[in-house]
Design a protein around this ligand. Sequence first.
Ligand SMILES: Cc1cc2nc3c(=O)[nH]c(=O)nc-3n(C[C@H](O)[C@H](O)[C@H](O)COP(=O)(O)OP(=O)(O)OC[C@H]3O[C@@H](n4cnc5c(N)ncnc54)[C@H](O)[C@@H]3O)c2cc1C
Length: 471
Amino acid sequence: MTSISGKTDIDWRAFAAALAPVQVIDEPVLVKKRSRDFFWYSPILNADLKRCFGDLVARPKNADEMRHVLAVAYAFDAPVVLRGGGTGNYGQAVPMEGGLIIETTAMNKVLEIGEGYVRAQAGALMADINAALIARGYEMAMFPSTQDIATIGGFVAGGSAGIGSIANGALRDPGNLMSIKVQSVEEIPTEHVFEGAETLHIHHAWGLNGVITEITLRTVPTQDWVGCLATFETYENAYAAGLALAQAEDVRCKLLTTVDARICAYFPRLKGYIRPDKHLLVSLVPKDDIAGFETCIRAAGGHCDLTLSEADRIAAKLPHVFDFSYNHTTLQVLKADRSATYQQIGCPIPPDPTAIARLRPKLGDDVWMHHEFARVGGQIVTFDLPIIWFSTAQRLAQINATYEANGFAVYDAHTWQVEGGGLKNADYRHLAWKKRMDPKGLLNSAKSAVWKTVKHLPADEIEALAAEAQS
Ligand SMILES: Cc1cc2nc3c(=O)[nH]c(=O)nc-3n(C[C@H](O)[C@H](O)[C@H](O)COP(=O)(O)OP(=O)(O)OC[C@H]3O[C@@H](n4cnc5c(N)ncnc54)[C@H](O)[C@@H]3O)c2cc1C
């Protein structure tokens, strides 16, 4: 079998034979399909990554099969990339060096539901976890809008927050990640369990420092959620209403999103349900808190256009309101026009509607705001995920500079290295655990710019750099 990636010198036929009885996929079209994620949101990443392919896909169906796959990869010195649903936005699951793709979607069991927690295999879909929980009176504390195709392992390894984060914080906040079971890539792979704060050694490391097989997460009591859409004459007022709702003690929203009116024009499914040419606030509100929600909207000068129970939504064949939040907002625009892209912006804390109003005219007509409200470390924060009408990399850099000059942080969505985006700096704890769990550096190593500068050091020395970086 020749190398599909053109980057490896491995006998892939012998490799596939050694994997038996684990299911493999070697059809080049299917391997290439599984080498992609949602990097195409970024024209810059698209140019860099669209021709990066793996060589073979393995689909282990339990922890024993995973251990076998990792031992074979170690024996063949094969680069390895883990893949869940492949919905990451930065090419996290793209095999830059070719090699083996391990797809986890056959490890998809919800293993245990207890009071306030759920334990599941890494490849379980979050929609399946939520469905199992809701039947028992619970739900995930947060989940991404991709829950129908994204896995819990991919969310914990590649994601950060989602629907529920305005109530329950980010994944990294204490108590949300309870335990993570991880396998190493060694001659005989070993299993490590990270609990409590130790889970941060693995969380958001893009699968470069161990292979997650099982996760235990905090759950919260489920509610009778009502999808709410409200509209405003000005974006500032929509944002101010979002902030007031985030602060309100009697309205316990699990989603607060504000969307510029120009973006709403790309929501054909909402035509006739929301007032045209107005700025939108999207929310999920417990049924008992709807009156308080409406009072808040009116006080901010807004209009409640739609309140929809889950049963009514299904009857009306309408999408979930969260299909207009987080990176689904971007997707609605991309469905109509692939020249759109986006950016990830951290807004000044505490949130200030006047700062948003001051910034808007400085950004230009090619930047349309969209904010998510969340609670991180106990504080209310907002992130702007603007639609940007892409022209050139220089113009994108100029937009970034405008945000930064006005006190907004840019967490670049157009980089495929873990240190370039959400993390901003090197996470030496991640890299120390990479040295321990992946001594040959086979796991997704190209995704860390810093790994090559520390890989020769013992793990403890790499870890010491974390303390140095903090001091
Ligand atoms: C429309 C859209 C909306 C989104 N909304 C959100 C959102 O609200 N919040 C958010 O945080 N993200 C969001 N994302 C990003 C992404 O969907 C989530 O992070 C998602 O949870 C990733 O899950 P996945 O199974 O698709 O992971 P994948 O894309 O398959 O993998 C993500 C990363 O995790 C690694 N990985 C996967 N499984 C394992 C494993 N078992 N062990 C070790 N590493 C592993 C991969 O190698 C990769 O680096 C969104 C993306 C899109 C396209």
